[in-house]
Design a protein around this ligand. Structure first.
Ligand SMILES: CC(=O)SCCNC(=O)CCNC(=O)[C@H](O)C(C)(C)COP(=O)(O)OP(=O)(O)OC[C@H]1O[C@@H](n2cnc3c(N)ncnc32)[C@H](O)[C@@H]1OP(=O)(O)O
Ligand SMILES: N[C@@H](CCO)C(=O)O
Length: 382
């Protein structure tokens, strides 16, 4: 009886607890930045800690391109592989769940429970595929705003994220200046470079060139695995650095059994350890991620320009009221540290409260998923 009552209460608030602790919030519709509307919209999210009575101890964590709501795993809290920001979240950690109510939601366009191209189009009862509308970072943030209102959050103590998560964090500061006390923008800038767009476009072309892509109408489990895997191989190069790849792989021969046997002559591929690493990473992503989501989210990353819709970049950044920290990574060539520093300076120039910190890491862009001590130290400067 009690269980049934709880179910009814949850259903009334459109919040349903699933087996793996991922919660679901559904709302009617979202008006989209590029026109049109999406609805109903579902967000899959997780929370850790308790919201206080005044509703002002919440922290929103925003994820990157292939992430999910699973930023923390209380069942395996010391394992960085169990959840993507596990070493930063938990009781006594930087995002201290004994004091804060930490929230992370899968972005719209994603494939980890939130509405995306693999969701059913209510008009056709089939997956959206390429009928999914173009979505932007601002759309993702507006959907998150609905979620935090639904959860009873009155003011966010912090929004923090890296890469596309950093773009979302920045957008929070500009769109909802009164709602956020502190914002951490990690390895992200005001808009990506031509070089970053180029890498993303080659990745998308490799997905769309795979005959299994079928113009986006592939059946679940029968997607363009080869195209997606090549897209990830390319992207993994951009998440590292020449320095880290030399350190890790150099010209070493394969050190372990090939992850996916290449179909061509062994003389033409699969000889070097770094090749094997890329095959493995490509294969892993093809198993866990939806190719159409990759197209849409990588495009949202390209399209993001914090000044869009404002008279100038200064006008956009002049809206910021939060205390800002910008974290660059010395060896990041996808979001170069100089671009992150430039943005921090711009925020200061328009009167904002911004600080820049640089991680002295050889690990390239993905250092925000590895350099736990440096990240904690940088964020502690808040
Ligand atoms: C933040 C977000 O929102 S996005 C989500 C982030 N998560 C991901 O990207 C999930 C995929 N994970 C990864 O790519 C990585 O673990 C990162 C980016 C977090 C760290 O990258 P790395 O420094 O390369 O990590 P690591 O050394 O653990 O290697 C990653 C994998 O490659 C394998 N690997 C490492 N070296 C080699 C090699 N020489 N040959 C073949 N495979 C290799 C590892 O065994 C590991 O496999 P596992 O994931 O099954 O344990
Ligand atoms: N490795 C991260 C970085 C992208 O910014 C991801 O896969 O989402």
């Amino acid at each position: 009886m009690v269980a049934q009552l709880e179910y009814v209460q949850r259903a009334q608030t459109q919040q349903v607890q699933t087996e793996n602790e991922v919660l679901i919030f559904t709302f009617d519709q979202l008006l989209l930045q590029r026109g049109g509307r999406l609805g109903p919209v579902t967000l899959a999210y997780e929370t850790w800690g308790e919201l206080n009575a005044t509703g002002d101890n919440a922290i929103l964590i925003t994820h990157a391109l292939t992430g999910s709501s699973h930023a923390h795993d209380p069942a395996d809290p010391e394992n960085p592989k169990a959840a993507w920001w596990n070493p930063l979240i938990g009781p006594g950690k930087y995002f201290d769940t004994s004091r804060y109510f930490v929230i992370c939601a899968n972005v719209i366009g994603g494939c980890a429970g939130s509405t995306g191209p693999s969701s059913k189009n209510p008009l056709t009862d089939r997956p959206f595929g390429m009928r999914f509308p173009v979505i932007t970072i601002r759309d993702m943030v507006r959907a998150q705003h609905k979620l935090i209102k639904h959860l009873g959050v009155r003011r966010l103590a912090m929004v923090a994220g890296g890469s596309i998560g950093g773009q979302q964090a920045l957008e929070w500061a500009v769109m909802y200046p009164q709602l956020v006390e502190k914002v951490a923008v990690i390895a992200a800038s005001a808009a990506v470079s031509a070089q970053a767009i180029s890498f993303n476009e080659v990745a998308r072309q490799s997905i769309m060139a795979d005959p299994a892509w079928l113009c986006g109408d592939y059946l679940p489990g029968h997607g363009p695995a080869t195209g997606l895997s090549i897209a990830r191989m390319l992207a993994m190069i951009t998440y590292q650095s020449e320095e880290s790849m030399e350190m890790r792989f150099s010209r070493n021969p394969v050190q372990r059994e090939a992850a996916t046997a290449p179909t061509f002559s062994p003389e033409l591929g699969g000889r070097f350890d770094v090749e094997n690493y890329l095959y493995y990473q490509g294969d892993q992503l093809a198993r866990r991620f939806d190719a159409n989501s990759y197209l849409y989210i990588s495009r949202a990353m390209d399209l993001y320009d914090v000044s869009e819709g404002y008279a100038s970049l200064e006008e956009a950044l002049g809206r910021i009221r939060s205390q800002m920290i910008f974290v660059g990574i010395r060896s990041d060539f996808l979001f170069p540290a100089s671009h992150v520093r430039w943005l921090a300076d711009k925020v200061q120039m328009v009167g904002g409260n911004a600080r820049y910190v640089e991680l002295d890491s050889p690990h390239g862009h993905d250092a925000f998923l590895k350099e736990w001590d440096q990240l904690t130290e940088a964020l502690r400067q808040f």
